[in-house]
Design a binder for this molecule. Structure first.
Ligand code: NAD
Length: 321
């Protein structure tokens, strides 16, 4: 049996599982997140199937293991939220979905940039009130501008290709860049050069101890005045307090976040009905040139289908030993 700690993608699991997994397992769907409190509810299950905002720290993993759970199936690419050392010590099978739809996230990063840049969200709010005034909605033409991509893995590469389509010059920083990032697409540079020359900086590297607060007071100061920052990777890449300072001084031209530093504590309580109150978030939202979404870059029909399919293949690998 599988305990799944989120249910909005159930339709996609049902579609795949009814065809391929009916004899293999029973899937229990739950809408709440996995935590120390909810972990005991998985005790009748062999595997738990979780997302980025479920807690998978040592106490939760130990509680799951004590209840008989032997596999952790991640319905996401990132695994920075999993205590892998404890999982290994306990002999838990852990599998993620490394590349369900890089294009879905890359397209969303570009959407955020252009929404923020052309202020379509603000225009729409005005028009809804019968106000067709375009004052304050001035944007920049992306064509000919420099876009800095931090991390040219699957998503960064897809984003670079889309920005190339807009006629942008691409700079990339990635200490481990593969041959897929060609000189036709852009130029690999040091982080400093990328920050100094880019009109838009888009983050696509994983969150690790080495990349935590990669964007901080020092690196923000190196950015071009008026440049835009977009993060669809992980909230912890950015020192949010430093971003607020850079917005206050108008050094940053705009910030678009699909992921947020305190996301784990704040978001994904959509089923609880709880009102989110967070000082930093509220302060960020007072700036007109800030756009924040609740981690939806992956959220396309195609990506969910692929996530369901790969997760269930991972389950099959686990069951098959
Ligand atoms: P990936 O592993 O294919 O690519 C990551 C790239 O970052 C690699 O090329 C790697 O060499 C590079 N990198 C590693 N350390 C770096 C550093 N210090 N500086 C610069 N680059 C560095 O991963 P991906 O599939 O492209 O995903 C990127 C990130 O996007 C994931 O880590 C995940 O956190 C995030 N993500 C977000 C969503 C969403 O819904 N918003 C969905 C999927 C993934």
């Amino acid at each position: 049996a599988v305990f799944s700690a989120k249910a909005y993608d159930r339709t996609y699991f049902d579609k795949v599982s009814s065809a391929r997994f009916a004899d293999l397992c029973t899937i229990e769907y739950h809408t709440f997140s996995l935590s120390e409190e909810t972990a005991p509810l998985a005790h009748s299950c062999d595997a738990v199937c979780v997302f980025v905002n479920d807690t998978l720290d040592e106490p939760v993993l130990r509680a799951l293991h004590a209840g008989g759970v032997r596999a952790i199936l991640l319905r996401c690419a990132g695994f920075n939220h999993v205590d892998l050392l404890t999982a290994e010590t306990l002999g838990l099978f852990v599998a993620n979905v490394p590349a369900y739809s890089p294009e879905a996230v890359a397209e969303f990063a570009v959407t955020l940039v252009q929404t923020l840049n052309r202020k379509t969200h603000r225009a729409y709010n005005r028009v809804r009130e019968g106000n067709f005034n375009i004052e304050g909605l001035l944007g920049m033409t992306l064509h000919g501008k420099t876009v800095g991509i931090v991390g040219v893995g699957r998503i960064g590469l897809a984003a670079a290709k889309i920005f190339r389509g807009f006629g942008c010059r691409i700079l990339a920083y990635d200490p481990y860049a593969g041959p897929e990032f060609t000189s036709e697409l852009g130029t690999l540079v040091e982080l400093d050069t990328l920050l100094q020359e880019s009109h838009v900086v888009s983050l696509h590297c994983p969150l690790t101890e080495g990349t935590r607060h990669l964007i901080n007071g020092t690196t923000l100061a190196r950015m071009k005045p008026g440049a835009m920052l977009v993060n669809t990777s992980r909230g912890g890449l950015i020192d949010t307090a430093a971003v607020i300072e850079a917005l206050k001084t108008h050094h940053l031209g705009g910030v678009a976040l699909d992921v947020y530093e305190a996301e784990g504590e704040l978001f994904y309580n959509d089923h609880s009905g709880e009102i989110i109150e967070d000082d930093v978030l509220m302060r960020l939202l007072t700036f007109p040139n800030v756009l924040i979404c609740g981690h939806q870059g992956f959220f396309t029909r195609e990506a969910l289908t692929e996530i369901a399919s790969v997760t269930l293949s991972n389950l099959s690998d686990f069951v098959g030993g």
